[in-house]
Design a protein around this ligand. Structure first.
Ligand code: PHE
Length: 361
C-alpha cells in the first residue's frame, strides 16, 4: 500500500514537471506503457492470493485511471501555454494605420472612354478597334480623300517613311479614327453599329491641340438609316454623358470628304463665373463632326450604296473630358504631372455605368 502511494506521489511530481508533449509522453510510457511501473505492478497481482488481489486490484486500477487523467490535464495545460505564447508573440496591432498606398488614379481620358463605351453599349453599339499606324489607303483613299485632295494638308499628318529605296506605299500615324469605319465595314459587309475609341495623331501643338489625342468614331450602317437617327443618337449620348436633363444640339453644315451631307455639332452652353455649364445659356461649343456616310466610301468597301446608307461621327474624347470635368488645358493631359493626375484622376472604384452615376435615359 505504501509502495503504491509512493509511486503515486512520484508520478504526480513527474507529470506536473513535464513541460513538453514529448516529456509527458515519456512519463506516460514509464508509468502506463507495456513495461511501465503500473503494468509491472498489475502483473504482480497474478502472484497474489485472492484476498490480496481483491484489495490491491482496485487500488491499482484507480491509480492507473488517475494517472491517465492527470496526463490528459497536463497535456491540455501544455497546449494552452503553447497557444498563450503564440498569441503573445504573433499578435498584430490592427489599429495601426495601413501603409500609405500612394496608389494611382484613373486618367480622365480612360475614365471618359469608359463612360462613352457604357453609354453607346446601352444604345446597341459594339466596340471596334484598328491599328494606330495606318496605311495611306485606310486613312485617306478609302475615305474619299485621294492623294491630291486638299484635306490631306489639313490633317498635319505624321508620315512614316521607309528606307530611301523602299518602294512600298508609306504609312501614316492615323490622323483620325475614321479608318476603323473602313476596316469594320470590310469585315462585316452589311449592317453594323460600332464605336471605335482610340489614339490619333496630328502635328499640332497649343492649348487645345496636342500631337497625340483621342477620338471615338461612331458608325451605323443599315438599309433605313437617316440623319434623324444620327441626331437622336447624339442627343441621347450628350444627355447621358453630360448628365443633364435637356441638351440642345446645333447641326452646322460642314464638309468632310467621307460624309455627305456633313455637319459639325455644337452643344448649347454658358460660361458663368468662368465655369462652363452644358445644356443652357447663349453660347455654343463645337463637340464633334458627323454626317451620312458618303456613297463613295460605301462603294470602296463593296457595299451597294443604293441599298445601304448610314451615319458616322467623330468625337474628341479629350475635348469632351475637358468640358465635362472643367480641365482648362489639353496639354496637361499628357504631362504626367502627379499633382494633376491626383487632382483630375478617378478612383478605380469609380467605374462608369449607367446605373451608377451616368444619368439614365
Ligand atoms: N474624322 C473626322 C475628324 O477627325 C470626324 C468625323 C468622323 C466626321 C466621322 C464625320 C464623320 O475630324
Amino acid at each position: 500500500m505504501n509502495e503504491i502511494s509512493e509511486l503515486r506521489k512520484r508520478y504526480l511530481v513527474l507529470i506536473n514537471s513535464a513541460d513538453t508533449d514529448s516529456a509527458l509522453e515519456d512519463v506516460r510510457i514509464k508509468a502506463l506503457g507495456k513495461k511501465g511501473e503500473i503494468a509491472l505492478k498489475m502483473r504482480e497481482l497474478g502472484k497474489m492470493n485472492m484476498e490480496q488481489r481483491q484489495a490491491q486490484g482496485p487500488v491499482l486500477n484507480a491509480l492507473k485511471e488517475e494517472i491517465n487523467n492527470l496526463i490528459k490535464t497536463q497535456k491540455d495545460n501544455i497546449e494552452g501555454q503553447l497557444l498563450d505564447s503564440r498569441v503573445a508573440s504573433e499578435w498584430m496591432d490592427i489599429s495601426c494605420s495601413t501603409r500609405l498606398s500612394g496608389g494611382g488614379s484613373v486618367h480622365p481620358v480612360t475614365q471618359v472612354t469608359e463612360e462613352v463605351i457604357a453609354i453607346f453599349s446601352s444604345l446597341g453599339f459594339k466596340v471596334a478597334d484598328g491599328p494606330q499606324v495606318e496605311s495611306d489607303y485606310y486613312n485617306f483613299d478609302a475615305l474619299n480623300i485621294p492623294p491630291e485632295h486638299p484635306a490631306r494638308q489639313e490633317f498635319d499628318t505624321f508620315y512614316i517613311s521607309g528606307d530611301e529605296d523602299d518602294q512600298t506605299p508609306s504609312n501614316v500615324l492615323r490622323t483620325h479614327t475614321s479608318p476603323v469605319q473602313i476596316r469594320h465595314m470590310q469585315q462585316v459587309n452589311g449592317p453594323c453599329r460600332i464605336i471605335a475609341p482610340g489614339r490619333v495623331f496630328r502635328s499640332d501643338y497649343d492649348q487645345t491641340h496636342t500631337p497625340m489625342f483621342h477620338q471615338v468614331e461612331g458608325l451605323a450602317i443599315d438599309t433605313d438609316i437617316s440623319m434623324a437617327n444620327l441626331k437622336w443618337v447624339l442627343e441621347e449620348f450628350c444627355r447621358a454623358f453630360f448628365e443633364v436633363e435637356t441638351v440642345q444640339l446645333r447641326f452646322r453644315s460642314s464638309h468632310f470628304p467621307f460624309t455627305e451631307p456633313s455637319a459639325e455639332v455644337d452643344i448649347r452652353c454658358s460660361w458663368v463665373d468662368n465655369q462652363l455649364k452644358i445644356g443652357e445659356g447663349n453660347d455654343w461649343m463645337e463637340i464633334l463632326g458627323s454626317g451620312m456616310v458618303h456613297p463613295k466610301v460605301l462603294e470602296a468597301v463593296g457595299l451597294d450604296s443604293d441599298k445601304y446608307q448610314g451615319f458616322a461621327f467623330g468625337v474628341g474624347i479629350d475635348r469632351i473630358a475637358m468640358l465635362k470635368y472643367g480641365i482648362p488645358d489639353l496639354r496637361s493631359f499628357f504631362d504626367s504631372d502627379l499633382r494633376w493626375l491626383r487632382h483630375f484622376g478617378f478612383s478605380g472604384n469609380d467605374y462608369p455605368a449607367l446605373h451608377s452615376g451616368l444619368s439614365k435615359f
